[in-house]
Design a protein around this ligand. Structure first.
Ligand code: FE
Length: 349
């Protein structure tokens, strides 16, 4: 934590003096990393990169919105080399705002599945996924029948009136889920679904994914949506209160007999004005290596994106295997515009 703060301060003070930026950022032995990640296992992840390459990492860690705000204000003077963000919706927005540059890398093209990276035909990809997460259904085991809630579509069925909880529809995790639905079944069907969801709500959308799990455990909600790692985090917690929550909640992999469970990514890209582009590409390629994949995914209870790398995370292994939705993450990012319009039309807050 201390080292993070130190590097943050060091970089901040340099950014404050525009003329001093080149001294820091043009060194071939330095990489400036803007990251929305903040996990303890990341320390080992970065230390191993420096050990392998001799390249020192300066980290700026903040939440996704703060990072994007910073990139906006820095413009062409940004010292950022690599940008790490979560969710296709956010990665696509950053791409559209011009924060990334396309790169060509045989290593990344071979290691990262095609549906988990942006596609710029002929120009290389702008961003790449490095871990995956699933959007799953959680339910109260005492009050709900899993048969009535085993697909995203069924959550909008009148049989579940007054039972459904979600976070705000405009949050990137929801926009991506709805963007995937638009891709699978078109706007009209997706809008009918969103309308059904609003009619079924147990309460107005509020809180984060963990709050939805808690709402299910308390009985306020019968069923809710959450990213898989929030559930895995509670499963791995030593706190008695968390274990009590886990005991009351069941989990369903949605849409197993049809389209598969909605998947998303945490990913990264080379920044548009990266002063250390070669080091930046080297770092992304490192993130796709077997060693880094384990650290990267496990830091947030996610799955490695490279198929041959298996997770050693007990909670995830306990949840087992499942059928994944196979939609290009790039189209999901793009569809968030349609998703937001649908939400506005049906007053999904
Ligand atoms: Fe999250």
């Amino acid at each position: 934590m201390l080292s993070t703060k130190k590097s943050f301060l060091a970089l901040t003070s340099v950014i404050g003096m525009t003329t001093a930026i080149p001294a820091l950022s043009q060194s071939s032995q330095t990489l400036n990393l803007y990251s929305a990640r903040h996990y303890q296992t990341d320390e080992a992840l970065y230390a191993e990169f420096t050990k392998q390459t001799g390249i020192k990492i300066n980290r700026i860690e903040a939440d996704d919105n703060a990072l994007l705000e910073r990139l906006r204000s820095e413009g062409k003077n940004s010292p950022a080399d690599v940008i790490l963000l979560v969710d296709a919706a956010r990665l696509w927005r950053a791409e559209i705002e011009g924060f990334f540059q396309p790169i060509q890398s045989k290593v990344l093209e071979t290691r990262i599945p095609k549906n988990f990276r942006s596609n710029d035909v002929g120009k290389g990809s702008q961003w790449f996924g490095f871990s995956t997460r699933a959007r799953v259904i959680v339910y109260n085991k005492a009050t709900m029948d899993p048969k009535n809630i085993d697909t995203y579509e069924k959550l909008a069925d009148p049989i579940n009136k007054g039972k459904v909880c979600t976070r705000s529809g405009s949050h990137p995790y929801m926009l991506s889920l709805i963007g995937a639905m638009v891709e699978r079944q078109g706007e009209a069907k997706t809008e009918a679904w969103a309308k059904g969801m609003v009619a079924n709500m147990a309460r107005a959308p509020k809180g984060g994914d963990t709050d939805q799990i808690k709402g299910v455990a308390s009985g306020e909600c019968g069923v809710a949506l959450t990213n898989s790692y929030y559930l895995a985090r509670l499963m791995r917690s030593n706190k008695a209160a968390d274990q009590e929550i886990v005991a009351k909640v069941g989990m369903i992999w949605p849409n197993q007999a049809s389209s598969g469970t909605h998947m998303n990514i945490a990913g990264g890209a080379v920044a548009s004005y990266a002063p250390n582009k070669a080091a930046a590409i080297k770092f992304l390629e490192y993130l796709a290596s077997d060693t880094a994949q384990k650290y990267f995914a496990d830091g947030n209870n996610e799955w490695p994106i490279v198929k041959s790398v298996k997770t050693t995370n007990d909670a995830l292994n306990k949840l087992g295997n499942f059928k994944q939705e196979n939609i290009s993450i790039a189209s999901i990012g793009k569809n968030q515009i349609y998703a937001q319009k649908i939400l506005d039309r049906v007053s999904y807050k």
